[in-house]
Design a binder for this molecule. Structure first.
Ligand code: NAD
Ligand code: UDP
Length: 340
């Protein structure tokens, strides 16, 4: 298939692009590079031995998007582009609602004009909010989120479901990622957060490589096995494979839009992840326990049964592999991708 991958220079998008290329698909990327670097796409090209056209513009530029659709005749769209920092979204809600919703509207309008009927969307486990029973199951209602970022995912899922119901033949997979971590095993592409990282794995990786002094553990008094927060970490290469499986499944989907959890089904605590990373990097990592971070849930993990049964997808990589691959990427690229 000829695929438009929005946000293809970003963390999930770059790994997904590589996986699609390795399975014989053609990929064209649109990315505004606000949270990513051109080098990510160049490294995907060198790893795959294939060319990946990169168009640098904001998806809300409907004229350029329309011209691209007219030229490329896409078979499918994978829509990864979006702003994604939870705390930032609380400070700048209008930027998040504006960017994430309007870019999705622009993609949908172009798909309608050019009769493209397959869409895979990057949603998030954040749509389960604070009160969903564990493990999280796709049919849980109501969806709710605790941040403007999360609300954009809830709203976009609703928009896509309504549009797919109204437009004959459109099929949409809503992929709810749990906590993507890790990197391609080559160490050539990986997660390169711009500015101060917020998520646990990039913080641990920066402590390991000496870019940060210590990890702050946000709370050790949760009702969990060791008192620290538990999450369902999933290897980014498994997430990438989830996109391929979803894409292959779209034409067989009975419902116009369907949600799928991409998680392992197991929870790992902060201290367990830290210990696994120490095994990977070979030295102890200093940390302090500090108060809980506002808005954090004690624990969260997926029921991945639907993706297994309907997509034929399951996570195959464990915590040690996630840490080893993250460490290879971080130690080989201590400052992330080069500027160009
Ligand atoms: P990322 O920031 O690395 O990649 C997103 C890319 O989209 C960036 O390169 C950014 O510059 C680009 N972008 C944003 N708005 C754009 C616009 N209007 N036009 C063109 N390009 C635009 O993020 P990621 O971690 O790769 O996440 C990809 C998607 O997955 C996002 O939608 C995110 O919300 C979702 N998601 C990520 C995680 C995670 O932990 N990484 C978890 C759940 C869901
Ligand atoms: N966490 C932490 N220190 C950090 C960042 C995160 O202790 O510097 C904890 C956080 O409280 C949560 C877990 O690590 O229990 C995962 O946090 P992350 O932000 O990576 O994912 P999310 O909370 O969005 O699922």
């Amino acid at each position: 298939m000829r695929i438009l991958l929005t946000g293809g220079a970003g963390y999930i998008g770059s790994h997904t692009t590589l996986t699609l290329l390795e399975h014989g698909h053609d990929v064209v990327v649109v990315d505004d590079l606000l949270n990513s670097k051109r080098a990510a796409v160049e490294r995907v090209e060198s790893l795959s031995g294939r060319t990946v056209p990169l168009h640098v513009f904001d998806l809300r530029d409907e004229t350029r998007l329309d011209q691209l659709f007219a030229r490329e005749r896409f078979d499918a769209v994978i829509h990864c582009a979006g702003l994604k920092a939870v705390g930032d979204s609380v400070a700048r809600p209008l930027d998040y609602y504006g960017n994430n919703l309007d870019s999705t509207f622009a993609v949908l309008a172009a798909m309608a004009r050019h009769d493209v009927r397959r869409l895979v969307f990057s949603s998030s486990a954040t749509v389960y909010g604070e009160n969903a029973p564990l493990p999280c199951q796709e049919d849980h209602r109501p969806l709710s989120a605790t941040s403007p970022y999360g609300q954009t995912k809830v709203m976009i899922e609703q928009v896509l479901t309504d549009v797919a119901s109204a437009r004959d033949g459109l099929r949409v997979a809503l992929l709810r990622y749990f906590n993507p971590v890790g990197a391609h095993p080559s160490g050539r592409i990986g997660e390169d957060p711009q500015g101060v990282p917020n998520n646990l794995m990039p913080v641990i990786a920066r402590v390991a490589v000496g870019r940060l002094d210590r990890l702050q553990v946000f709370g050790a008094d949760y009702p969990t096995a060791d008192g620290t927060g538990e999450r369902d970490y999933i290897h980014v290469m498994d997430v990438a494979m989830g996109h391929l499986r979803a894409l292959e499944h779209l034409d067989a989907m009975v419902q116009p839009a369907r949600a799928f959890n991409l998680g392992t089904g197991t929870a790992t605590s902060v201290l367990q992840l830290l210990a696994a990373f120490e095994r990977a990097c070979g030295h102890p990592l200093p940390y302090d326990v500090v108060p809980r971070r506002p808005g954090d849930v004690p624990a969260n993990w997926a029921d991945p049964a639907r993706a297994q049964q309907e997509l034929g997808w399951r996570a195959t990589r464990g915590i040690d592999e996630m840490c080893a691959d993250t460490w290879r990427w971080q130690s080989q690229n201590p400052s992330g991708y080069p500027e160009r």
